[in-house]
Design a protein around this ligand. Structure first.
Ligand SMILES: [Zn+2]
Length: 269
C-alpha cells in the first residue's frame, strides 16, 4: 500500500483538503480516462474450444402496462473471453478465486512495455527478460505492486478472430499464433519484481503456440492475476497511468469479464 500511494503521488495530482478531516483525492480534471476494454457482444473473440459464447437474451424491452418504458436482459458468458481476468486458480490448484483477488492487485500504477515492432516482425514473439530490463533502463525499475501491461499492437486485429488468434477453426486451438509474454520475462516480473498483475492486448498471457501454458503457471503460482484481451494500450504512457481492472465478482470463479480502465495524468486529448 505505501508503495502504491507513493507512486500515485508522483503520477497523479493529489489534492489535500483541510478542515476537520484531511482527505486525499485524485483530481480527475487533470486526468484523461482510457477504456482498456472491448465491448461484449456477438463479435467478441473467444478461445476456439469454448463451447459457449457471450449471449444477451432480451427479457423485456418496451412500454409496460403501466405506461413507462422498461428494458432488462439475461446474460450468459464463459469466464474467459473478451477482456477478462484470469484468477490464479485458473492454472494453480489452491490459488485465489475471482472474488478473492485483492483490490491492490487490480487497482495499481501501471507500466506499458511496448513490443509492437517485434510482434509485427514475428507473430509468435515472446517478450523476454531482456525486454523488461531494456524497459527499466529507459524508464526506471518496475516497482513492487505495479500492473505490467505488454503492448503488442494486436488489438488492431479485434474482432477479426482469424487475424487476432492466427486461426479460427472452431474447436481447434492447435494452430493459434499470436505474441505474448515469455517465461523468463514472467519469472522476472513475478518472482523478482513482485508485480501486482500482468496484462496483454492478445488473447492470452502465453503466446498462441503454447501448449504448456508456462506463463499462466508461473504467475498463478504466485497468486498474480492476468488481464487478457486488453485494448487501447497505445494510449497509455510507458509509466504514470493508474489502472483499474475490476472483474465481475464471481464466487469461486476462475476468472471473469473485466472492465479495465486507466487514468492518465495530463489532458492530452
Ligand atoms: Zn483467461
Amino acid at each position: 500500500m505505501p508503495i502504491m500511494m507513493r507512486a500515485l503521488a508522483t503520477t497523479l495530482l493529489v489534492a489535500t483538503t483541510t478542515a476537520v478531516a484531511v482527505a486525499q483525492s485524485i483530481d480527475l480534471s487533470t486526468c484523461s480516462m482510457v477504456d482498456l476494454t472491448h465491448a461484449y457482444g456477438p463479435s467478441t473473440v473467444f478461445w476456439p474450444t469454448s463451447p459457449t459464447r457471450f449471449e444477451l437474451e432480451k427479457l423485456a424491452y418496451g412500454k409496460t402496462e403501466g405506461g413507462f418504458f422498461y428494458a432488462a436482459n439475461s446474460l450468459r458468458t464463459p469466464e474467459h473471453g473478451g477482456t477478462h481476468l484470469d484468477a490464479p486458480i485458473h492454472f494453480f490448484e489452491g490459488g485465489q478465486t475471482t472474488e478473492q483477488v485483492p483490490l491492490e492487485r487490480l487497482i495499481a500504477p501501471a507500466v506499458v512495455i511496448d513490443v509492437t515492432g517485434r510482434a509485427a516482425a514475428d507473430r509468435d514473439y515472446r517478450a523476454t527478460a531482456d525486454d523488461v530490463l531494456a524497459f527499466e533502463k529507459t524508464h526506471g525499475r518496475i516497482e513492487k505492486g505495479t500492473i505490467v501491461l505488454l503492448r503488442t499492437g494486436w488489438s488492431r486485429h479485434w474482432p477479426n478472430a482469424k487475424a487476432y488468434l492466427g486461426d479460427d477453426t472452431p474447436g481447434d486451438a492447435s494452430k493459434l499464433s499470436f505474441p505474448s509474454f515469455g517465461a523468463d520475462a514472467a519469472r522476472l516480473l513475478v518472482e523478482d519484481r513482485g508485480v501486482a498483475a500482468i496484462g496483454i492486448d492478445t488473447a492470452s498471457i502465453d503466446y498462441g503456440r503454447s501448449t504448456d501454458f508456462q506463463v499462466h503457471r508461473i504467475v498463478a503460482a504466485k497468486n498474480v492475476p492476468g488481464l487478457e484481451n486488453l485494448t487501447n494500450l497505445d494510449r497509455l504512457p510507458p509509466r504514470g497511468a493508474l489502472v483499474i481492472a475490476l472483474p465481475m465478482k464471481i464466487e469461486g470463479g476462475s476468472g471473469g469479464p473485466l472492465r479495465a480502465v486507466a487514468l492518465v495524468p495530463g489532458r492530452s486529448r
